[in-house]
Design a protein around this ligand. Structure first.
Ligand code: NI
Length: 187
């Protein structure tokens, strides 16, 4: 089932998400729905807060950018309770977008070498060194689990310049190609 993507301005995107346990109700269905939602909206990653749930679940399918970034080729991963350790101190600047911020793309500085520990949809443990653009996608998605978005990393000048566009998203003054849920109206 395709789910609406919650947009910037919605409070669910700003909460810290809860760890997931194996008794989580209908977890496999939720993960399948998250993949469907990500593919419908043509994203390469989606975190549970973006479909309105503050739970530590991320789906990634980086294969659409596999031609530009070899480390992304055929990389599909379901991250439950992921933990990131930064392994590099040399940040790289690249453009990022986010399904919760339609129409925007901004330069974001991040390191591109991390150690990632997670469990998959079967609660099997994984521990892997991840680099390049894939490391960026992972950090972007894991930020969502902490209530953070990529615009929190951009320069104050850029933030000022896109203020109007952010307000348009938060106030439902935009149109979007995929189903979305806008922030509740302020009284
Ligand atoms: Ni995002």
């Amino acid at each position: 089932m395709n789910l609406p993507v919650y947009l910037y301005g919605h409070p669910v995107l700003r909460k810290v998400s809860e760890p997931v346990t194996p008794d989580y109700p209908d977890l496999q269905k939720l993960i399948a729905d998250m993949y469907e939602t990500m593919y419908t909206s043509e994203g390469v990653g989606l975190a549970a807060p973006q479909i309105g749930r503050n739970d530590r679940i991320v789906v990634i399918d980086a294969s659409p950018v596999g031609d530009s970034y070899e480390e992304c080729r055929d990389r599909k991963m379901t991250l439950i309770n992921p933990e990131i350790e930064i392994l590099d101190d040399e940040p790289v600047t690249r453009y990022e977008g986010c399904l919760s911020l339609p129409g925007l793309s901004e330069k974001v500085k991040r390191v591109e070498k991390i150690r990632l520990r997670w469990v998959d949809e079967n609660f099997q443990e994984h521990d892997e060194i991840i680099s390049g653009f894939l490391a960026r996608i992972v950090q972007h998605e894991c930020d969502h689990l902490e209530g953070k978005m990529y615009i929190d990393h951009i320069t104050p000048i850029r933030k000022q310049l896109i203020k109007g566009k952010l307000a348009d998203i938060a106030n439902a003054r935009i149109r979007c190609d995929y189903p979305v849920r806008y922030a509740p109206r302020k009284k």
